[in-house]
Design a protein around this ligand. Structure first.
Ligand code: F3S
Length: 393
């Protein structure tokens, strides 16, 4: 691999031991993927932040790096942590270890207001900008909606890229790899989060790489369109290794290639409901925010028209996960929560900076939860221990 003068110096140890290790890892991974050079990145996003996922080994690695003076060289954000980061468990050690992970990341330079899976709301990447993001739902959104260029990094490669401000030039960083693998025609209007999610899970199962999706979205306002896209894309990335979908009329031009000879596939709404039988269960808890909700999206889903649907399902508690930057004590949010509690007898609990799916929900006595989000439907049981029950919103 060709390395410039600065990169050679990093590799020889002139920038310190941590930088040397980081560039060694990025170069090695890049060589495996056939990269011929490194490229500068504008933003790194790190995943693997939950103690339940990375355990003591991951915790020790992060603490060790932070103690050795590791520092990010570009703007860096991180994924949400588990509910232990909010000290929700009756287990001091668990809560403390999660907080140690967060503190080590912040010490290395991670934005303390991040801890979110929608990092593009903190810093919106420019079209054509190169990133090193982990978190599959954010990666596919960045490539497909924002026209940025990023591979689906692992937590470790994203962190190493953050420490050198560079990544390897291969995969989604090269336009020739952003080529549609099949054209998918959606025969119905996408008008709910659940429908967008089931569709995304289905597309993920059938795509061979980069699906080119032609669809119509029912939207009253921009926030709803974004919610539908976020959920469809996160779901595609859950059932496949796709890092990008080309969205007709949405993906910025000149960031992808479509070859006219590709296979055309049609999807009928009925196909989506074929495998949902085991998710027609009941719960008194609803989980919203996978991917995280913005304040506008959250307030939209807490409007009376949705609350009435939740009441009909017997829901008495709504857990909403949002980024660490959201001010949950604002008057607007407090008023809505109080109104829902008093008028509808439903408790709304907002969990900033955290993710329910990477938390152990069984330890919190939650054995099943309602959710409309495809990524949660796909991962909930295996990662959190709670069974997902679908709800049509
Ligand atoms: Fe975000 Fe956790 Fe879902 S990281 S996309 S809320 S699984």
């Amino acid at each position: 691999m060709y390395l410039n003068r600065i990169e050679e110096k990093m590799l020889s140890g002139e920038f310190g031991e941590v930088t040397k290790k980081a560039i060694e890892i990025i170069v090695k991974v890049g060589e495996v993927f056939g990269a011929e050079r490194l490229i500068d990145i504008a933003h790194a996003h790190i995943s693997g932040v939950s103690y339940f996922n990375i355990g003591d080994e991951g915790l020790e690695l992060l603490v060790d790096l932070s103690q050795k003076g590791a520092k990010t060289r570009v703007y860096t954000t991180a994924n949400p942590y588990s509910f232990a980061g909010l000290s929700l468990y009756n287990n001091e050690e668990l809560n403390r270890k999660q907080i140690q992970i967060t503190e080590a990341l912040i010490k290395m330079g991670v934005d303390p207001n991040s801890f979110t899976c929608i990092p593009y709301t903190l810093r919106k990447p420019a079209i054509g900008e190169h990133l090193a993001w982990a978190e599959s739902s954010a990666v596919i959104y960045a490539n497909s909606v924002l026209g940025a260029f990023t591979n689906r990094e692992s937590g470790i490669t994203a962190l190493m890229a953050a420490l050198i401000g560079k990544t390897y030039d291969s995969g989604m960083h090269r336009i020739e790899n952003r080529t549609a693998s099949e054209e998918i025609n959606i025969e119905f209007n996408i008008n709910s989060i659940l429908l967008a999610s089931l569709l995304g899970l289905h597309i993920g199962r059938l795509t061979r790489g980069v699906p080119y999706i032609k669809a119509k979205y029912s939207i009253e306002k921009e926030a709803m369109l974004n919610l539908l896209l976020k959920n469809m894309l996160a779901s595609i990335a859950s059932t496949s290794s796709a890092s990008m979908a080309i969205l007709d009329g949405i993906t910025p031009p000149n960031t992808y290639v479509i070859d006219s000879s590709i296979e055309r596939i049609h999807i009928d709404e009925k196909e989506l409901y074929q495998s949902i039988d085991n998710m027609l269960c009941k719960s008194d808890v609803l989980l919203l925010g996978c991917p995280h909700l913005t304040q506008e999206e959250m307030l939209m889903l807490l409007r009376d028209e949705y609350i009435n649907i939740f009441k009909k399902h017997g829901i008495s508690k709504i857990i909403v996960t949002v980024g660490a930057n959201l001010n949950i004590r604002s008057a607007e949010i407090s008023n809505i929560i109080n109104k829902i509690r008093e008028r509808h007898k439903i408790n709304v609990e907002i969990m900033p900076g955290s993710c329910a799916i990477v938390s152990n929900l069984r330890l919190l006595n939650m054995t099943s939860v309602y959710t409309p989000h495809g990524k949660a439907i796909h991962y909930l049981y295996n990662l959190s221990g709670a069974k997902p029950c679908i709800i049509g919103v």
